[in-house]
Design a protein around this ligand. Structure first.
Ligand code: BDR
Ligand code: CA
Length: 323
């Protein structure tokens, strides 16, 4: 299955940097099955849960998918300068509560995520797209540590921030809030950047009927995804009053392969690192009042039907492969 409707040529080579996390899991699944994506590797970072737990979850997801061919490396356990703030209220004690996943895959890279990203970029014959779906700690460290490799990055398509929406404080989205100093480095890097923020990802939803139908499925992956998303939807109801599961991170992967699943505007975005009430805010200059040149393509609207049917294609393709 492809994500793009007009795909020709080679699949898009990407690296995912994530903190699984329910929606990170679906992001990995999407990249793994889409034939217009070439998933070159996965790195993990602390965010939704501790670095130990997000890494363990990534290894469990790769076991579930029988994805022996996808390299994995563990990254930073803490943000650049702040203590870690986790999202246990959303993703649970394990970071992936709601179902029992298989035993973790044994194989992983001995490299730190930052060096793993450098290694992949150096060895690739074409530039790679980075898709960060957690706090930007690994990506910022990579930018500082390996300036000579930045030209090997095609684009960064990140899940984070919001123009007018927030979730962890009244001002900030979780991934940016957890490591605003890292996000600041990324947004100032001058690299081609796409921001897939809450304005669109809060609408990248599976509703409660969708989730119930996954739970009722006899597909080995759909069934387990249904149970995991039922837990996730439960916390979304409790914390945000939303009815369903917002698959933020999966949308970032989809946008990397098919930018037309959203409509976007080129804007200047600054990251607030100092405010008393606004740390982690992505300050988007909608009207050009700062005079700063745009540094990001910012997703503003989403084709929700297309996203929802994409998710069902991903799960059904995985059911076929993993039966
Ligand atoms: C982001 O925060 C995390 O909880 C999710 O995995 C997603 O990356 C949404 O704000
Ligand atoms: Ca995430």
């Amino acid at each position: 299955m492809t994500i793009s409707t007009a795909h020709t040529g080679k699949p898009l080579p990407i690296l995912i940097d994530c903190d699984p996390g329910h929606d990170d899991m679906v992001a990995i699944m999407t990249a793994y099955v889409a034939t217009d994506i070439d998933l070159r590797g996965i790195t993990t970072v602390a965010g939704n849960q501790t670095g130990e737990k997000t890494f363990l979850n990534a290894r469990r997801i790769l076991s579930l998918l029988k994805a022996d061919d996808v390299p994995l490396a563990r990254g930073c356990d803490v943000p650049l300068v702040r203590p870690l703030h986790i999202a246990e209220n959303i993703h649970g004690d394990s970071g992936l509560d709601g179902a029992d996943l298989p035993e973790p895959r044994e194989a992983y890279s001995s490299l730190h995520a930052v060096d793993f990203i450098a290694d992949q970029l150096s060895r690739s014959d074409t530039p790679l797209t980075l898709v960060p779906t957690g706090p930007l700690t690994n990506i910022a460290l990579f930018i500082r540590r390996y300036p000579e490799l930045l030209s090997r990055i095609e684009r960064i398509v990140l899940m984070g921030g919001g123009v007018s929406e927030s979730n962890v404080t009244p001002a900030a989205e979780f991934n940016i809030f957890v490591d605003p100093e890292a996000a600041d480095i990324v947004f100032r890097s001058g690299l081609p950047l796409t921001m897939v923020g809450l304005d669109v990802t809060n609408r990248a939803m599976l509703n409660l009927d969708d989730i119930a139908s996954l739970q009722a499925s006899d597909g080995p992956v759909s069934h387990i995804v249904g149970d995991l998303l039922a837990f996730f939807a439960g916390t979304y109801k409790k914390v945000f009053g939303m009815a369903g599961a917002a698959l933020h991170d999966a949308l970032a992967v989809a946008v990397a392969a098919a930018p037309d699943i959203v409509t976007a505007r080129d804007l200047h975005v600054a990251v607030e690192t100092k405010g008393d009430h606004t740390v982690g805010r992505t300050v988007a200059d909608l009207y050009g009042v700062t005079g700063n040149a745009p540094n990001a393509s910012v997703a503003m609207d989403i084709d929700t039907n297309r996203f929802r049917s994409l998710m069902f294609s991903v799960f059904s393709e995985l059911d076929t492969r993993c039966r």
